[in-house]
Design a binder for this molecule. Structure first.
Ligand SMILES: [Zn+2]
Ligand SMILES: [Zn+2]
Length: 138
Protein backbone atom coordinates (compact mmCIF):
# COMPACT_ATOMS: atom_id res chain seq x y z
CA UNK A 1 0.00 0.00 0.00
CA UNK A 2 1.22 3.50 -0.78
CA UNK A 3 -0.66 6.50 0.57
CA UNK A 4 -0.16 10.01 -0.72
CA UNK A 5 -0.84 12.88 1.65
CA UNK A 6 -0.93 16.62 1.08
CA UNK A 7 -1.87 19.91 2.65
CA UNK A 8 -4.62 22.18 1.34
CA UNK A 9 -2.34 24.27 -0.90
CA UNK A 10 -0.39 21.23 -2.09
CA UNK A 11 2.95 22.69 -1.00
CA UNK A 12 3.56 19.90 1.50
CA UNK A 13 3.28 16.33 0.24
CA UNK A 14 4.17 13.04 1.87
CA UNK A 15 4.04 9.34 1.27
CA UNK A 16 3.42 6.36 3.55
CA UNK A 17 4.36 2.94 2.20
CA UNK A 18 3.72 -0.58 3.47
CA UNK A 19 1.13 -1.91 5.88
CA UNK A 20 -0.01 0.54 8.50
CA UNK A 21 0.21 -0.59 12.13
CA UNK A 22 -3.06 -1.72 13.73
CA UNK A 23 -1.94 -0.73 17.24
CA UNK A 24 0.41 1.62 19.08
CA UNK A 25 0.81 -0.33 22.30
CA UNK A 26 -2.76 -0.80 23.55
CA UNK A 27 -4.10 1.92 21.28
CA UNK A 28 -6.09 0.63 18.27
CA UNK A 29 -5.32 2.45 15.00
CA UNK A 30 -6.43 4.53 13.21
CA UNK A 31 -7.98 6.54 16.02
CA UNK A 32 -10.27 9.49 16.70
CA UNK A 33 -8.81 11.72 19.42
CA UNK A 34 -11.23 14.05 21.19
CA UNK A 35 -8.68 15.82 23.40
CA UNK A 36 -8.79 19.59 23.66
CA UNK A 37 -5.39 20.04 21.99
CA UNK A 38 -6.60 18.06 18.96
CA UNK A 39 -9.75 20.18 18.73
CA UNK A 40 -7.73 23.37 18.82
CA UNK A 41 -5.11 22.06 16.39
CA UNK A 42 -7.64 20.94 13.77
CA UNK A 43 -10.45 23.41 14.37
CA UNK A 44 -12.80 20.42 14.40
CA UNK A 45 -14.48 18.05 16.83
CA UNK A 46 -11.58 15.55 16.85
CA UNK A 47 -8.32 14.59 15.18
CA UNK A 48 -8.54 11.41 13.10
CA UNK A 49 -5.06 10.01 12.66
CA UNK A 50 -2.90 6.96 12.22
CA UNK A 51 0.66 6.25 13.27
CA UNK A 52 3.35 5.65 10.67
CA UNK A 53 6.81 4.35 11.51
CA UNK A 54 9.30 6.88 10.13
CA UNK A 55 10.88 4.05 8.14
CA UNK A 56 7.63 3.90 6.12
CA UNK A 57 7.18 7.67 5.89
CA UNK A 58 8.72 10.20 3.51
CA UNK A 59 8.16 13.92 3.24
CA UNK A 60 8.22 14.29 -0.54
CA UNK A 61 7.83 18.05 -0.87
CA UNK A 62 7.60 21.24 1.19
CA UNK A 63 9.95 20.71 4.11
CA UNK A 64 10.50 24.49 4.13
CA UNK A 65 6.75 25.07 4.56
CA UNK A 66 6.28 22.63 7.41
CA UNK A 67 6.14 24.36 10.77
CA UNK A 68 6.10 22.63 14.16
CA UNK A 69 4.44 23.96 17.26
CA UNK A 70 5.51 22.45 20.58
CA UNK A 71 2.24 22.08 22.49
CA UNK A 72 3.87 20.41 25.50
CA UNK A 73 7.54 19.65 26.12
CA UNK A 74 8.52 17.10 23.47
CA UNK A 75 5.11 17.08 21.76
CA UNK A 76 4.99 18.67 18.32
CA UNK A 77 2.10 19.44 16.01
CA UNK A 78 3.01 20.27 12.44
CA UNK A 79 1.13 22.37 9.95
CA UNK A 80 1.67 24.02 6.58
CA UNK A 81 2.79 27.61 7.12
CA UNK A 82 1.16 28.67 3.82
CA UNK A 83 -2.33 27.15 4.06
CA UNK A 84 -2.59 26.05 7.71
CA UNK A 85 -3.45 22.38 7.15
CA UNK A 86 -2.97 20.30 10.30
CA UNK A 87 -0.66 17.48 9.27
CA UNK A 88 1.36 15.64 11.92
CA UNK A 89 1.65 14.84 15.60
CA UNK A 90 4.99 13.76 17.06
CA UNK A 91 5.98 12.86 20.60
CA UNK A 92 9.66 12.62 21.52
CA UNK A 93 8.77 9.91 24.03
CA UNK A 94 7.86 7.79 20.99
CA UNK A 95 10.80 8.28 18.63
CA UNK A 96 10.77 6.75 15.18
CA UNK A 97 7.14 7.39 14.45
CA UNK A 98 4.61 10.11 13.78
CA UNK A 99 0.85 10.42 13.50
CA UNK A 100 -0.57 11.83 10.26
CA UNK A 101 -4.01 13.38 9.85
CA UNK A 102 -6.33 11.07 7.90
CA UNK A 103 -7.99 14.09 6.28
CA UNK A 104 -4.73 14.96 4.54
CA UNK A 105 -4.74 11.63 2.66
CA UNK A 106 -7.46 11.90 0.00
CA UNK A 107 -9.26 8.55 -0.26
CA UNK A 108 -7.74 7.15 2.94
CA UNK A 109 -8.95 3.52 2.85
CA UNK A 110 -9.19 2.42 6.50
CA UNK A 111 -11.82 3.02 9.16
CA UNK A 112 -10.72 4.32 12.56
CA UNK A 113 -11.03 1.71 15.31
CA UNK A 114 -11.43 3.65 18.56
CA UNK A 115 -12.28 6.96 20.20
CA UNK A 116 -9.90 8.32 22.84
CA UNK A 117 -10.12 11.26 25.25
CA UNK A 118 -13.90 11.05 25.07
CA UNK A 119 -14.00 12.86 28.43
CA UNK A 120 -13.25 16.09 26.56
CA UNK A 121 -15.51 15.45 23.55
CA UNK A 122 -17.31 18.57 22.34
CA UNK A 123 -21.02 18.65 23.27
CA UNK A 124 -22.09 19.46 19.71
CA UNK A 125 -20.84 16.20 18.21
CA UNK A 126 -22.45 12.82 19.01
CA UNK A 127 -20.49 9.62 18.48
CA UNK A 128 -22.78 7.41 16.41
CA UNK A 129 -20.72 4.24 16.01
CA UNK A 130 -20.01 1.19 18.16
CA UNK A 131 -16.24 1.59 18.33
CA UNK A 132 -14.54 1.31 21.74
CA UNK A 133 -14.47 4.58 23.66
CA UNK A 134 -11.85 5.56 26.21
CA UNK A 135 -11.87 8.53 28.57
CA UNK A 136 -8.15 9.01 27.92
CA UNK A 137 -5.72 6.43 26.53
CA UNK A 138 -6.74 2.74 26.65
ZN1 LIG B 1 -0.15 24.08 2.40
ZN1 LIG C 1 -5.71 14.45 20.94
Amino acid sequence: MALNGRCLCGGVTYEVVGELPTHDGDLPLPVYCHCTDCQLHTGGAFFASCMAPLAQFALTQGRELLTRYETRPGVYRSFCSRCGSSLFYENHDEPGQLYFALGTVPGFPLQPRAHIFVRSKVPWYEIADDLPRFDAYP
